[in-house]
Design a protein around this ligand. Structure first.
Ligand code: NAD
Length: 481
C-alpha cells in the first residue's frame, strides 16, 4: 500500500466483551495514525441463531476475501447442532495455514513465575489430526487419521524461519514425536532439518514434544521460536500463554497466502460483558500484529511502546490488577486513554519494540518446493477386519487360504501389536484386526487386491479398511507390523 493510502480491513466485534474491546482498539489505532479503511461485518451468536452455521454470512466472507485482512472480536461458541466454530471455518475456507502466537512476560509489572518468557509459537493450522477424518470401524474401535504433507510442513517451517529472521530471533526449535510416529513426524523433522540449513544464522534444534512441553513450562527462557504440528501446537501455545501470567494480554495471528485473521486469545467473557471493565490488550496486540502484517510498522511500534509504558506505569484493568504492583485500577476506556496519552513514549525497563515500516506481509515470500515424484511399487496390502469369532490362530486359519497366488499372509496384528505368528499370549485383543499380505513375487497389482478382497467377502469376513503397502524409490512407505 503506498504511503498515506488507507489499507482496507474487515472487522467483526463479536460477542460478549467483543464490542467494548473493539471500540477501544479502533480508537487507539486511529489516534496512533494507523491508516485503515474499516469495513464492519456481523459475526457470531446473532448469526448462529439465524441459522448461519459458520457464524459469518456470505457478505462477511466476501468482505474478508476482498480486504484479505480480518480483525476478529471473540465469538461465543455456539451450542447449536451443526454449527461450526468460526475459527475452524475461517482456517479451512481462507487457507490460514500458520497460527502465530507470541507469549511474553511483563515482569515485574504483571505477576509471573517465569519473568524471562519471550517465545513465539508457530503452529501448523490445517493438517494433522485436525483434518477431522474419523470413522467408527468396529464395535470396539474408532479411528482418527493423522495427515501430514510435505508442502504443508515445508510452508509452516519456512514461515517460522522467515518470522525468526524478520524479528531478529536467534533460534527455532521443532517439537515432534518422531520416535513414535516415524513416518509423519519423521517427515516434519526431516523437512525442518532441510530448511534449517537455508538459514545458517539461525540456530535450529528439536525436542520430543513431551519433554519439550515440560521444559517450556519449567524454563521458557530456553526457547525463542517453536514450530510444531497442529495438535502439539494447540496444547503448547496455551501452556506458553499461561506461564506468562497474562493470558488476557496476548493476541494471535492466523496467516494464509491470501488472507490473514487477527484476534485476542481470550473468549467473549460473557460474565463481565457490558460493564466497561474488560481488558482490551489482547485485541490490541492482535491489531499490532495486523499493522505489522500490512506494512504499517510505524504506528504498530508507537502503539506497542505506549502500551508497554502504560503497563509499566501500573495502569491496569481489573484482570491483571495486583496490590503492591499496580497503581491505578481502570476500565476499558480509561485504559485505552492511558495508552493514547503515552503515544510517543517508550518503556523504561521492558524492552522497547521496533518494527520495520515498509516490510511486506511475510507469507508472500513463502516458497514451496516442486513435488518430488518417486518411483512407487505396490508390494502388499493391509486388510483390516471387524471380527470377534476367536483368537489370532483362528483368524490365521481363515485368512491363510485366501492369500491366493499373488500374496502371502505375513502377519496379523491387533491394535498394532503383532499377534501372529509368534504373538504374545497375554496381548489383549479387540474386534479390530489387521492382516498384512505381502507380494509373493516382489510386487502386486490393484487387480490382485480386488481379487483378495473378493475372497474375503466370499468367506463372510467383514473387511472395514485396506491400506496399500508401497515402496517409494525402493524405501518402505509404511510402518512395520
Ligand atoms: P474467556 O476467555 O471468555 O474467559 C475466561 C476468564 O477470563 C473469565 O473469567 C473472563 O471474565 C476473563 N477474561 C477473558 N477475557 C478478558 C478480558 N479481555 N478482560 C478481562 N477479563 C477477561 O473464556 P471462557 O469463559 O471459557 O469462554 C467464554 C466464551 O468464549 C465461550 O463461548 C468460548 O467458547 C468462547 N471463546 C471464544 C474464543 C474465540 O473467539 N477465539 C476463544 C476462547 C473462548
Amino acid at each position: 500500500m503506498p504511503n498515506g493510502v488507507p489499507t482496507p480491513i474487515t472487522i467483526a466485534c463479536g460477542d460478549g466483551i467483543g464490542p467494548e474491546v473493539m471500540d477501544a482498539v479502533l480508537m487507539m489505532l486511529a489516534v496512533a495514525g494507523a491508516k485503515l479503511e474499516v469495513e464492519e461485518v456481523q459475526a457470531g451468536e446473532a448469526l448462529y441463531k439465524r441459522g448461519v452455521l459458520t457464524g459469518l454470512d456470505p457478505a462477511g466472507w466476501d468482505s474478508i476475501r476482498k480486504t484479505r485482512v480480518f480483525l476478529k472480536g471473540p465469538i461465543t461458541t455456539p451450542q447449536i447442532p451443526g454449527a461450526k466454530s468460526l475459527n475452524v471455518a475461517a482456517r479451512a475456507r481462507l487457507g490460514l495455514y500458520a497460527n502465530v502466537r507470541p507469549c511474553m512476560s511483563f515482569h515485574p509489572y504483571v505477576r509471573t513465575r517465569h519473568p524471562r518468557t519471550d517465545v513465539v509459537i508457530v503452529r501448523e493450522n490445517e493438517e494433522d489430526l485436525y483434518a477431522g477424518i474419523e470413522h467408527r470401524q468396529t464395535d470396539d474401535v474408532i479411528q482418527s487419521v493423522k495427515l501430514i504433507s510435505r508442502p504443508g510442513s515445508e510452508r509452516i517451517i519456512r514461515y517460522a524461519f522467515e518470522h525468526a529472521r524478520a524479528n531478529h530471533r536467534r533460534k527455532v526449535t521443532a517439537f515432534v514425536k518422531d520416535n513414535i510416529m516415524k513416518l509423519t513426524d519423521g517427515l516434519f523433522l526431516r523437512i525442518f532439518q532441510e530448511i534449517a540449513a537455508e538459514y545458517p544464522e539461525i540456530k535450529a534444534d528439536h525436542l520430543i514434544v513431551d519433554i519439550g512441553a515440560a521444559r517450556l513450562a519449567d524454563q521458557p527462557e530456553r526457547f525463542d521460536v517453536i514450530v510444531t504440528l497442529n495438535l502439539y501446537g494447540d496444547i503448547i501455545s496455551d501452556i506458553a500463554a499461561q506461564i506468562t501470567g497474562s493470558v488476557g494480554l496476548a493476541g494471535s495471528a492466523n496467516i494464509g497466502s491470501q488472507c490473514a485473521m487477527f484476534e485476542a486469545l481470550h473468549g467473549s467473557a460473557p460474565m463481565i460483558a457490558g460493564q466497561g471493565i474488560a481488558n482490551p490488550s489482547g485485541l490490541l496486540m492482535a491489531a499490532i500484529m495486523m499493522l505489522v502484517h500490512i506494512g504499517q510498522g510505524e504506528p504498530a511500534a508507537k502503539l506497542h511502546n505506549a502500551w508497554l509504558k502504560t503497563i509499566e506505569d501500573g495502569v491496569h484493568t481489573a484482570d491483571v490488577f495486583s496490590r503492591g504492583v499496580s497503581r491505578y485500577r481502570v476500565g476499558t476506556r480509561q485504559f485505552a486513554e492511558a495508552v493514547m496519552e503515552r503515544l510517543g513514549q517508550v518503556p523504561q525497563t521492558l524492552p522497547v519494540v521496533g518494527y520495520a515500516s515498509d516490510r511486506p506481509a511475510l507469507d508472500t515470500g513463502i516458497r514451496i518446493s516442486p513435488r518430488l515424484v518417486a518411483a512407487k511399487d505396490l508390494v502388499g496390502v493391509d486388510v483390516f477386519l471387524h471380527w470377534s469369532a476367536g483368537g489370532p490362530d483362528d483368524l490365521a486359519a481363515l485368512a491363510l487360504p485366501l492369500a491366493g497366488d499373488a500374496f502371502e499372509l505375513a502377519s496379523i496384528s491387533n491394535r498394532s501389536q503383532k499377534v501372529w505368528p509368534d504373538g504374545h499370549a497375554d496381548i489383549f485383543c479387540t474386534d479390530h484386526w489387521r492382516c498384512r499380505f505381502m507380494a509373493r513375487n516382489g510386487t502386486v497389482t490393484h487387480a490382485d487386491i480386488v481379487g483378495l478382497l473378493s475372497r474375503f467377502a466370499a468367506a463372510g469376513l467383514d473387511f472395514i479398511q485396506t491400506e496399500n503397502l508401497c515402496n517409494f524409490d525402493g524405501k518402505s512407505g509404511f510402518s512395520a507390523a
